[in-house]
Design a protein around this ligand. Sequence first.
Ligand code: SAM
Length: 246
Amino acid sequence: MHRFFLPEGCIKQDSVDISGEIVHRLRNVLRLRGGDHIIVLDNAGWEYEVELGTMSREAVEGSVVGKAAAAGEPVTGVTLYQALLKGSSFELVLQKCTEIGVSCFVPVVCERCVTGEPGKDRLARWKDIILEAAQQSRRGKLPRLHNVVSFREACCSVQGLSFLPWEGEETGGVRDLLRGTPDSGKADEVGIYIGPEGGFSVEEVEYARSCGITPVSLGRRILRAETAGLVAAAVVLYEFGELNAR
Ligand code: SAM
């Protein structure tokens, strides 16, 4: 069944009122009709099975026929502090990392970023990408997209286990770090800091270290920035048991 996150207020006790772009998608793209069933999510941890009723060009009504806790969310909250990237690379990060279970994205301005801060349109596109990827991957909640911050601000908001993949790190690897956590195998919050195409400056690495963020290697191969975030997040989620059947 198709899944849709609905804006607040659309889902009542036993009925839903849908309007906006989703109506076009339901009627004209998916060609759904009255009697068909969809899943709608309130982004507060619940999902509802809905039987579609009347479908006009402007609005669709439906009846709630089932309610369940929205599954699909990792216990470990991964926040990806991703340096701004050129072109569609940042969008690729949002899409792929939403699919694997990242909970929050923080766009970061680093010294070597070569692209400016996103404008309104680009931010709206990023939100659409997260929404589409979350629906497609059956996420139970939408990952949050934080405002753009400076690298220093990003380092100051460190919470829980935080690391900074750095290709210049020659001793500590990500596996050593994750297996060396006091209560190895789990962490409530993990922060991952990924640099831009030109990498972090040594000053940035040292500043992060001074904030308790551990530089780690992701191996002897140099990954593109959009690859590194996905790999690091996947490794964390795997290590903490989130890439499992149950
Ligand atoms: N300075 C790099 C170079 O030599 O080409 C380019 C930086 S890389 C494209 C972008 C980001 O990916 C880095 O800032 C780092 O966060 C991460 N990264 C890529 N490969 C890595 C590796 N082998 N170990 C740790 N981090 C890596």
